[in-house]
Design a protein around this ligand. Structure first.
Ligand SMILES: Cc1cc2nc3c(=O)[nH]c(=O)nc-3n(C[C@H](O)[C@H](O)[C@H](O)COP(=O)(O)OP(=O)(O)OC[C@H]3O[C@@H](n4cnc5c(N)ncnc54)[C@H](O)[C@@H]3O)c2cc1C
Length: 447
């Protein structure tokens, strides 16, 4: 199986973009698509520009987990709303989303992990989550054929999953049905700033006049914003995933420990991945933001593989241009779909860990393996804010490896933020100024 979305995929929405609209959304991942959906529902004229293909990057490459469990307390209320939205989306869009509410289970190997799970649950309980701890016996009973001596589990029965590479390309049809204009293969090169505020965007297919722009560019957002003097300390890490051949059901939901994670897909196979390991390409932004990342780096150092440079053209590659004009070809046109090679050593270790935990299943045979660049922030929570210094610009990025599940809820929030309505949640944790106002950055739980 080839990964289903690539720069060889047909262009479904060729444009051309309109000359003017109310709001332009940069990026056709789950955040951009759902923001466009809710903006259009409000009756605003919205144009979404995607440099490659809808959901070509993180939004198709992820594990497909829709989880409240382990969330930062700032995100949890939005995630709970998001789950409600997912349910209504499943009713409207049908089976194609692959939405199933069959739970998330985190597996603890040590007492220290149990304490972390319990600490999270103590904080989350007042929000009304249905999460509970499971003892070792209950875990073994739940996971058919398991041979690993897990000491406990953290389980949220109402957590869910969907099929990423089907879901987001389907959701964009809902946004279009509500009136959004979507243009693929159309990079936004620069903002058109006039008299100190947003007056439009320069795309590779011409200018679009607009008063408001939402930057939901995933791993490319920092590069785009910095070209306009807006700095966010966002970096990208490589996460590797594989799809197995169909196998017997051992657990209908999603489960992981820090060695491996698995989630049953609609086709009967599993999406498997390292539970915590990832790779990081060092580039100029990493040097610039090194000290901002120290707290999270101390936590994650052992699970990160460092490489001296990103492949050419990646957002933080050494040779990637940082300055360009609205009439010049931009770095966003250089790579239409960011498609990093997966780390096959990590995937082989996951296959071994899976086989050891479920000896009756044998070593999983792979249909495909792929990589995705996760856009992360030093406190592992996103930036969702209007840019005070540049009226008309809103940022919704840095979902830090958990933006798929929260996407619909976040899209609703961002649409209200742009339209000047009440976002309905406290967004202080996601403010842009936290990197400059002297606040101490507190990393989210990243459980
Ligand atoms: C391997 C992996 C596993 C994950 N597992 C989960 C999970 O189980 N659950 C979960 O909730 N989250 C998970 N995530 C995270 C989740 O996938 C992301 O947080 C989410 O998809 C981010 O969506 P986005 O719209 O912000 O970014 P993206 O999906 O990356 O979309 C951004 C889009 O912007 C486009 N773009 C960039 N610059 C421009 C420009 N200048 N002009 C036009 N277009 C532009 C890009 O081409 C891209 O398509 C995982 C991520 C990875 C990589």
């Amino acid at each position: 199986m080839r990964f289903p979305i690539s720069d060889a995929s047909p262009i479904r929405f060729p444009g051309p973009p309109p000359a003017a609209c109310d709001v332009v959304v940069l990026g056709g991942g789950v955040i951009g698509v759902m923001t466009a959906w809710f903006l259009a529902e409000k009756g605003l004229k919205v144009t979404l520009c995607e440099k490659g293909r809808i959901a070509g990057e993180q939004s198709s490459r992820n594990w497909g987990w829709i989880r409240q469990q382990g969330r930062d307390m700032g995100e949890l209320p939005i995630m709970m709303e998001s789950l409600r939205i997912w349910k209504s989306l499943a009713q409207e869009m049908g089976e194609g989303l692959g939405f199933r509410q069959e739970g998330v289970l985190y597996l603890a190997k040590t007492e220290a992990e149990v304490e972390r799970f319990e600490a999270w649950l103590d904080e989350a309980r007042p929000h009304g989550v249905d999460t509970h701890m499971m003892g070792s016996g209950a875990v073994t009973e739940r996971l058919k054929g398991s041979a690993k001596p897990w000491v406990a589990g953290l389980h949220t029965p109402s957590d869910a999953r969907a099929e990423p590479w089907q879901a987001v390309p389907l959701l964009v049809e809902g946004a279009i049905a509500r009136g959004a204009v979507v243009v693929e293969n159309c990079a936004i090169r620069r903002l058109d700033v006039q008299a100190g505020r947003v007056a439009g965007v320069f795309t590779e297919a011409g200018r679009i006049a607009c008063d408001q722009v939402v930057v939901a560019g995933g791993a490319w957002s920092a590069l785009f914003l910095r070209a306009h003097g807006v700095h966010i300390p966002q970096l990208a890490v490589l996460a590797s995933v594989a799809a197995t051949e169909p196998m017997a059901e051992i657990f209908p939901g999603n489960a992981c420990d820090d060695d491996f994670a698995f989630r049953r897909r609609q086709d009967g196979g599993y999406s498997i991945a390292p539970g915590s390991g990832h790779d990081f390409f060092v580039g100029p932004d990493a040097f610039r933001d090194f000290f901002t990342y120290l707290p999270v780096l101390k936590k994650d150092f052992r699970s990160t593989g460092f490489r001296p440079m990103a492949p050419a053209g990646f957002p933080d590659a050494w040779g990637t241009r940082r300055r360009w004009g609205g009439d010049e070809v931009s770095p966003f046109e250089g790579i239409r779909v960011l498609n990093p090679a997966p780390n096959m050593d990590r995937i082989a270790r996951v296959q071994a860990a899976f086989a050891e935990a479920f000896p009756g299943m044998g070593r999983p045979r792979l249909r495909a393996a792929w990589g995705g660049m996760i856009d992360t922030m030093p406190d592992v929570v996103p930036v969702v804010d209007r840019v005070a210094a540049l009226p008309g610009l809103t940022i919704a990025t840095g979902m830090s490896g958990h933006g798929f599940g929260i996407g619909p809820g976040m899209g609703r929030v961002v649409a209200d933020l742009v339209a000047g309505g009440d976002p309905g949640h406290d967004l202080t944790r996601f403010r842009l100024s936290r990197f400059t106002d002297g606040s101490r950055l507190i990393p989210g739980p990243s459980l």
